[in-house]
Design a protein around this ligand. Structure first.
Ligand SMILES: [Zn+2]
Length: 215
């Protein structure tokens, strides 16, 4: 089984994009492909599961989609027939125009890493302060995701943010419940191919040097 499970729950766009809401993650499928290739280059096997149902019909990152065909595939990948993946990276993207305020955690970011508060250590909670603005103070014992943010920012030389996501993020919930560490990656839809590749290379390097290797 693959070491890293990559999911893209909001890959499918509806035929008519009349929805004022963010109806699909337009950059997420290519970000996930790029990450898959970057992991392969550093010798990490990945499984990529891209959803084909638009979120307006059923949101594949929500509880309601459990039991659907795609979620059943994700469950099978998570159980790995006894050999679970060591990591779930749930890939999304956000339109830069959606973050126009400097108070927004997405503002000016190339990527934002979202994690579930419930599964974060008490110490981790002290060093990541949510509420719109992210403040990361690095200490010796921060959660691995904060380490990843710092690593990618330094290696890819691009602004990376970090924030808490709610328990509505059902793919991460299911992963953590299955004992698989998880992170949700929100890529900016303004990233050019070169910048996206730089971020994915940095992510892959981090995974190969830390998470996947240790566990
Ligand atoms: Zn999304």
């Amino acid at each position: 089984m693959a070491t890293v499970l990559l999911t893209v729950p909001h890959a499918a766009c509806p035929r008519v994009m009349s929805d004022p809401l963010h109806s699909c993650d337009t950059a997420a499928p290519r970000a996930a492909q790029e990450l898959y290739a970057a992991l392969e280059r550093v010798g990490i096997s990945a499984q990529l599961l891209v959803a084909d149902v638009p979120r307006k019909y059923s949101d594949m990152n929500r509880y309601e989609s459990r039991g659907s065909e795609w979620r059943t595939k994700v469950e099978a990948a998570m159980s790995g027939h006894g050999k679970r993946p060591k990591l779930l990276l749930d890939v999304h993207s956000f339109p830069a125009r959606s973050a126009e305020s400097p108070d927004d955690v997405f503002y000016g970011k190339a990527m934002v890493v979202m994690i579930l508060e419930k599964f974060t250590t008490e110490l981790g909670k002290k060093i990541i302060i949510g509420g719109g603005k992210e403040v990361i103070q690095y200490s010796r014992n921060f959660p691995w995701q904060a380490e990843m943010v710092k690593y990618v920012e330094k290696t890819a030389r691009m602004p990376i943010g970090m924030t808490y996501g709610s328990l509505a993020n059902d793919l991460m919930v299911r992963a953590e419940q299955s004992g698989i560490p998880s992170a949700l990656l929100e890529f900016s839809e303004d990233l050019n191919r070169q910048n996206m590749k730089q971020i994915c290379d940095a992510l892959a390097k981090f995974v190969s040097e830390s998470v996947a290797g240790e566990r």
